[in-house]
Design a protein around this ligand. Structure first.
Ligand code: DX5
Length: 225
């Protein structure tokens, strides 16, 4: 069985800062203080079509890599991710997640794996979990969106916890080391409920970077999870 994306942190879910909420005037100021406490970093890529927002291109990957040596996970909220996989791979992404609702998702997963990267599949809140079934043998990560993708700072959708629990059951039955990631509205409280539901990778944007001390926030989270 292929090793998981990274060695699983002992005793708690992987903590994954989302740079969407970071200080864009100096990413280093945001990322450096948490790099010893985080497990990897996520960049939220938005094209203004798949979601009503535009964020950044492949250039964000080396910029974040310069701020921390942590692996980078590119969450592609784009209509046609196939056009950008080579660029995000070449930029240094370690994992690329495409949306099940995007064009050519199945082909993208195969291409990401062919490039030797880890592949993730993301589900919008309204997309059924069954969409991951045809890809289970290839996936390294399943991302259950706990907000409607497009913006940071939204409220967590508690109704997604049932989907997280179902995904945990699916992964356990598959016998494969697939990460179960949640993203959107994650704070100390929703991190706890998400981990209890079976998530083992938590993407945190606003709650982390708006904290007085993001490092203390992550330390506190590790104690709670
Ligand atoms: C939504 C983004 C956000 C981001 C985290 O498209 O994917 O979920 O990563 O945002 P917060 O943690 O601020 O909800």
């Amino acid at each position: 069985m292929k090793p998981p994306f990274f060695p699983r942190p002992s005793g708690h879910a992987a903590l994954v800062p989302s740079v969407l909420a970071a200080d864009f005037t100096c990413l280093k100021n945001s990322v450096a203080p948490v790099k010893e406490l985080a497990d990897w970093v996520q960049v939220d890529v938005m094209d203004g079509h798949f979601v009503p927002n535009i964020s950044f291109g492949p250039g964000i990957v080396p910029a974040v890599a310069a701020a921390s040596s942590l692996p980078i996970d590119a969450h592609m909220m784009v209509e046609d991710p196939g056009r950008f996989i080579d660029a995000f791979a070449a930029a240094g992404s370690a994992l690329i997640t495409v949306h099940a609702e995007a064009r050519g998702a199945a082909a993208c997963i195969k291409k990401i794996k062919r490039l030797g990267l880890r592949a993730g599949l993301a589900l919008r809140p309204r997309t059924k979990l069954a969409k991951v079934l045809p890809h289970l043998k290839e996936l390294d990560l399943i991302l259950i969106m706990t907000v409607e993708p497009g913006f940071g700072g939204q409220a967590f959708m508690p109704e997604m916890l049932a989907k997280v629990r179902a995904a945990r059951g699916l992964i356990n039955r598959s016998g494969r080391a697939i990460w179960l990631q949640v993203d959107g509205g994650i704070n100390a409280r929703t991190a706890e409920s998400s981990a209890a539901a079976g998530a083992d990778s938590l993407v945190i944007g606003s709650a982390l970077f708006s904290a007085a001390s993001p490092a203390a926030f992550l330390r506190g989270l590790k104690r709670r999870l």
